[in-house]
Write a protein that binds this ligand. Structure first.
Ligand code: SF4
Length: 329
């Protein structure tokens, strides 16, 4: 569970955990305003926080003195991903719809809590498409946040928002950063004595070509994939079959461990009964166990053998099967 939202926040801020969003919030806090930060999570970003939201928010409060709450967008996000209104980026990333969804949520929260501004750490020109000035304006329009959405790091390059016009936020103390360079942000972080921040990284798995391809494959099935299935795609070797069924085989000890902890009640877990080897997870039916067992054996020394026993488990049920004939090809 995430902590309760603070009483009467004046500003709602999107928190990505990156330096830019930390700076944007600190700049506004320095003006004496109460900021409620929000971090959105889905199986594609921020999901490692799932189940330990409170601990994470406490850490952010301790390290940065930022009040944070977590909002899990998974259900709506997974639906949106099947047909994003504004299409996909280079991979399976629905950036426009994603940003609009987050800002819509922030706007609803701002309305509920009577906050007067929404703040993000976006910087004009930092990303090739989504942070182009015209795209930023388009996103404001489509999320109904025109006049409400403030980007403190680039504010001086953008039209003043209502909070600046009413004097709630002092525009003079905002910035005019632009472009991909990080120097101004790093200098500002130093000035604000922010030393503990993550280095910029991809962050969103939907921009990773290999992962995005797997997700796309599952979306070609008849129904919207479940979060539990998507989480498994982060590891191992992937063998899709039929509409939305698949087998994943761990590549190493770390994969095997992750697969075992990520598998849900409805997934089959398979391993070799008589020798060490990888773990395989099957999302499918009992009749597919032999197919999964074959994939498992192909990535183990068992492929040299004439007969291999494999144990499986699904929830409380367990059993074993034997593959006959060498799998060596
Ligand atoms: S990169 Fe990922 S998180 Fe960022 S806007 Fe695109 S889809 Fe959303």
């Amino acid at each position: 569970m995430a902590p309760e939202i603070i009483e009467k926040p004046q500003v709602i801020a999107l928190f990505s955990q990156g330096l830019d969003s930390i700076l944007a919030i600190k700049i506004i806090q320095q003006q004496g305003l109460k900021v409620q930060a929000v971090k959105f999570i889905t199986p594609f970003f921020g999901y490692e926080i799932k189940g330990r939201e409170l601990e994470f928010c406490e850490k952010i409060k301790t390290v940065y003195a930022i009040d944070l709450t977590i909002i899990d967008l998974t259900e709506n996000y997974l639906k949106m991903l099947s047909a994003p209104q504004y299409g996909y980026g280079k991979n399976f990333n629905p950036c426009l719809d994603c940003k609009i969804m987050m800002l819509n949520q922030a706007r609803i929260l701002a309305e509920k809590r009577q906050a007067e501004s929404i703040v993000t750490g976006e910087v004009v020109g930092q990303r090739p498409f989504s942070q182009r000035r015209d795209t930023m304006r388009r996103i404001e329009k489509l999320s109904l946040t025109e006049g409400l959405l403030l980007r403190p790091l680039s504010a001086k390059l953008l039209t003043p928002t209502r909070a600046e016009e009413t004097g709630l936020i002092n525009r003079e103390q905002l910035f005019d950063f632009s472009g991909r360079g990080r120097k101004p942000q790093i200098a500002l972080a130093k000035k604000l004595k922010i030393t503990d921040y993550p280095t910029p990284a991809g962050g969103c798995l939907l921009t990773d070509p290999g992962f995005a391809k797997r997700v796309k494959t599952l979306y070609q099935g008849t129904s919207i994939p479940a979060a539990e299935d998507l989480n498994l795609l982060k590891y191992g070797r992937f063998y899709p079959f039929e509409s939305s069924s698949f087998v994943i085989v761990g590549r190493n000890r770390d994969d095997n461990q992750q697969l075992l902890t990520t598998a849900a009640e409805n997934h089959f877990t398979l391993h070799l009964a008589e020798m060490a080897g990888p773990v395989a997870i099957l999302k499918g039916e009992k009749e597919h166990l032999a197919f999964a067992a074959e994939k498992l054996c192909l990535h183990s020394k068992a492929k040299e053998l004439g007969s291999v026993k494999i144990n499986w488990r699904q929830g409380d049920e367990s059993g074993s099967l034997t593959l006959e004939g060498s799998l060596k090809k």
